[in-house]
Unconditional design. Structure first.
Length: 130
C-alpha cells in the first residue's frame, strides 16, 4: 500500500485478524467510520455518507481487483461494515476518507442475554404490594 494509514485509528483486534489471515482466507468483517471534512459535524451527512462509501469502495475495488462480499451502511452514523478479503480490508483502511477501522467480531466478546425483570409470585391470599 502506498497510502499512509497513520491517520486511521485501527483496532488492535482487526490488526490481529488481518495478520492471522492466510491467502486462502476469504473474508474479514470490519467496521469503518468515515472522517468528516466539516469541523461542525462529527460524521458526514447521511447523503454524503452513502456517496462517499460507494466512491471509496469502487476505488478500492479498482486497486485490488476484488469487491466487498457484503456491505451494511449506517447512514446516520457515518459508518459501515464490510465482509471482504483481507487485502480489500487493508486497502480500505488506507483511504483518506476513513477515520477508524475495527473488527466487527471479537473472540473474547460474550453474548449479553436480555435481562428480564423478576416478578414475585404472590401466595394465595397474600395482599398486593403497592
Amino acid at each position: 500500500m502506498d497510502s499512509d494509514e497513520s491517520h486511521v485509528n485501527i483496532d488492535p483486534e482487526l490488526t490481529r485478524q488481518l495478520a492471522a489471515a492466510t491467502p486462502n482466507d476469504t473474508q474479514v468483517e470490519a467496521v469503518f467510520i468515515l472522517a468528516s471534512d466539516d469541523p461542525l459535524r462529527a460524521v458526514p451527512s447521511p447523503e454524503q455518507t452513502e456517496e462517499l462509501i460507494h466512491q471509496v469502495l469502487k476505488r478500492v475495488e479498482s486497486r485490488v481487483g476484488k469487491r466487498e462480499g457484503k456491505l451494511n451502511i449506517f447512514r446516520n452514523l457515518g459508518s459501515f461494515v464490510v465482509l471482504a478479503h483481507p487485502t480489500f480490508v487493508q486497502e480500505l483502511m488506507s483511504q483518506p476518507e476513513i477515520a477508524a477501522a475495527m473488527a466487527n467480531r471479537h473472540p473474547d466478546a460474550k453474548a449479553v442475554s436480555p435481562q428480564v425483570p423478576r416478578t414475585r409470585i404472590r401466595k394465595q391470599g397474600e395482599p398486593n404490594e403497592t
